[in-house]
Design a protein around this ligand. Sequence first.
Ligand code: F3S
Length: 276
Amino acid sequence: MQIKISEYSGFCFGVKRAMDITLKNSHINKKVATYGPLIHNPQVVESLKEKGIGVTSEISKDYDKIIMPSHGVPQELFKKCQALGIEAIDATCPFVEAVHEKVREYKKMGLKIVIVGDAGHSEVKGIMSSCDNDCIVISALEDVEKYDFKNKKVGIVSQTTNSPNYFGEVVGKIAQVADETIVANTICYATHKRQAAAHDLAPNVDVMLVVGGKNSANTNRLYQISKEMNDRTYHIETEAELTKEMFENCETVGITAGASTPDEIINRIKEWIMNI
Ligand code: F3S
């Protein structure tokens, strides 16, 4: 059986960096936790726990060090850590940090700030805090009509995971009414490259495996894309979910993985397939 690994799959640069920072900050005699799960992968969260790195949903004195995840957090949390004497370790992805920087710049310029993104997402909440929440969040194209951009100078940024087409549509709609529109394309293309590679690979294999947390939004999206192209697509977290029946009359297997899936899990899956 031939195994084809998608050209772009698994950890993105920002997640890999956050993992490295986290592992470097594990100590035997210090209490360390990540603020929320570092990544949406239960196996990784479990393995960090075994190394003494827990997960916390609040800034509490129970910990000596708290690691902020790659998608960033509101600035208040850093201040809270400082006030309580807790060491805050910033593992925010530099691409997300660049969006924070941009909204700070827009604020200094006196622009009406627009963040195109999901208002409930932690990344967006973090970006909002960098301009003191003095901004508008556009979560759907129709939202543009709810605001009056007439005679306004607008500065627009995007959540890193938006699709370029959607971002362009929102920008176009605002530009039709605003006096001046300044746009920073802050999309990170890691997600799109991974999706495009899965889209290309899935129809060219007999069975397609999508590896990653069932709670991972980007893995679920990869599954949808692959399933549309190949009906024999399975979403699995580990090799424990594989069965021989999945590979009946199968000559080629394609594998893609979400941004929070470590190579180690992909390799174990490859090995399992090679053994049948
Ligand atoms: Fe960073 Fe892009 Fe990954 S913003 S965390 S490299 S998806």
